[in-house]
Design a binder for this molecule. Sequence first.
Ligand code: 3HC
Ligand code: NAI
Length: 694
Amino acid sequence: MSEIVSFTREGEIGVITVANPPVNALSQPVRAGLKAAVEAGLADDGVQAMVLICDGATFIAGADIREFGKPLAEPSLVPVIDAMEAADKPIVAAIHGTALGGGLEVALGCHYRVAVASARVGLPEVNLGLLPGAGGTQRLPRLVGAEQALEMMVQGSHVPAPRAQQLGILDELIEADLKAGALAFARRVLAEHRGVKRASELPVAPVAADFFAKFEAGIARRMRGFKAPFHIIKAVEAAVNLPFAEGMQREAQLFQELMGSSESRAQRHVFFAQREVAKVPGLPKDTPRREIRQVAVVGAGTMGGGIAMNFANAGIPVAVLEISREALDRGLGVVRRNYETTASKGRISAADVERRMGLIRPTTSYDDIADADLVIEAVFESMDIKKEVFRKLDAVCKPGAILATNTSTLDVDEIASVTGRPQDVIGMHFFSPANVMRLLENVRGKATADDVIATVMELSRRIGKVGVLVGVCDGFVGNRMLHQRNREAMFLVEEGAKPEQVDKVLYDFGFPMGPFAMSDMAGLDVGYKVREERRKAGKVEPRESRWIDQIVELGRHGQKTGAGIYRYQDGRTPLPDAEIEQLIERCAREAGIERRDIGDQEILERCLYPLINEGAKILEEGIAARPLDIDIIWINGYGFPAYRGGPMFWADQIGLKNIVAAYRRYAEQLGAHYWTPAPLLEKLAREGKGFYDL
Ligand code: 3HC
Ligand code: NAI
């Protein structure tokens, strides 16, 4: 037997042990080893039953995703699982950690399943744009019914072991040692002559005639653009309507379709990028971390309160400092209401609310935050105020404390320069609402020390965020690129497109909402103030859209005032407004712009290609280290559809030379100022390469 899958005997029980770190993925040696081990157990007359158990942190966490897209080396998984299930000696899967995807499918092919209470099981293939392709779509519905199986597979959820036992996925929970418990279980199966229990031989409970159509309608909007959830429904339909063997064929065919799809390729890219992003190029893996035991947040406004919640949620005590008692009461009142809302939905308990509020310590005195290991400043977006706060932090904070700013537009280096310890200063750019949004742009300054970066990147994960390291520039990565998209969206409307048309094109592309609905939601006054500041500073753009400013000047600040680019009868559904259409037409006339019908393709290209071009500049300047950093920012912070892999991955699929060709076309039509391709984009296009060839 191989070292990766071993076979030993414990009396009459054969023990198959998988040891394939880090997650015991089902790579070729594991598949071959499982096959050989089961054969060995069957051939050995002294063996009456078998236990399948894994070494390390987890049971089998799935197929080896790194093998996808390459020709599969024999044996493939389905015949291995079929052979296990066909065995006439009972096989018991003993689960700890996670049994996911192919891992759970192996367990479903075993005759019995036991697990420790902390284990979780699931079929998360949907997150990779796939469906369970080793019998999961056929066996799970036989154990838990079509509806429950669909819920699990379409959500890709990890089901805790106690719940999995209730559902009938697990036969027993093991309280003490898993191996000993599983062996005892196997012996009981033998003693009670329970024999082999094959999931494939169970009937599937019937469902109503319109069940699948209804289920599909229920997820249609939420899952739009994704292919896998809808293929999963088809596979479960087959489980219900066809004999097992035919259902397996249907599953295989649907799985192959997904495996070859652009959606799955993109989602698999995202899976690895999401993990790769935590590894900072040039930063050794063993860079020391500073210990973060207590945190302080300065400012309890929109952002500060949400930021503090992240730490309380992770069990880390956090002090919150404000200028006055009233400001503190207001800020913490919002935090409490947020928690209470979550509790009212049953997602946390009343005791959780109190425990988390108990971890948040309000103060108006800097002395109270002198011991913090990390301070995050989230006061007004004003350089003068931020400098004043950082001078104070420099004076009171203990040596080695990390001093972070949540600024969204200001220069982190300039803020650091007022302290005597710029090596300890870093940007932590949370996104609103800060307790919800997963993206965290960590901004490295000129002087930021390596251990500060390593600590903050690791901490991001600890508080449930996806931390991406970026450099200092105007808007950092996300907002700098967003600015390009918003500019073109505004120009397009001036030239004749309707706001709702632009929004629909981007919604249909896969964004949760279009740029105008998003601006209305964020508040139009925010952008207005930024543009006013720029104008005051003498930064004039060669072309400016006046219409958007005029909307703000009418007092229409977006959803919060009941009207912005759209009008809102119910407070949240955007409705096109004839008054705004007239305003736009007038502004266009005054600017001498001839209006025309604009096609959807032009809208898409003009909104998204400049985003990619800016991404190229960001890479050239080293503001983002890799294209994957940009992709992860856009997927987690801006709703870029995961099934398109992020803007840079998507650009590679379109072909950079096609993007450059479009740039040339638009330069002729609209002038070269906004339509000159970045040198890196041009170079890669010329060489026939993509961003991911860098
Ligand atoms: N294949 C290959 N590598 C995998 C893997 C897999 N299925 N799952 C995880 N890894 C790798 C990660 O890339 C990472 O590698 P790195 O250290 O080089 O970056 C390492 O294992 C550790 O992973 P995490 O950082 O994610 O570790 P966590 O402890 O946070 O999480 C986990 C562990 C919950 C198992 C998580 O890794 C996970 O969700 N994995 C994916 C599970 C999955 O999607 N399984 C289904 C696969 S598809 C399938 O089975 C098809 C079948 O139906 C035919
Ligand atoms: P806000 O106006 O809601 O809150 C700021 C808070 O800081 C107020 O409660 C104020 O009383 C307090 N404050 C002001 N001066 C202070 C001082 N000297 N000491 C202690 N507290 C002080 O502002 P918001 O939206 O929370 O923004 C805070 C920071 O976060 C800004 O830098 C902003 O650019 C950034 N940001 C904002 C985002 C947003 O969507 N609102 C998104 C990402 C970053």
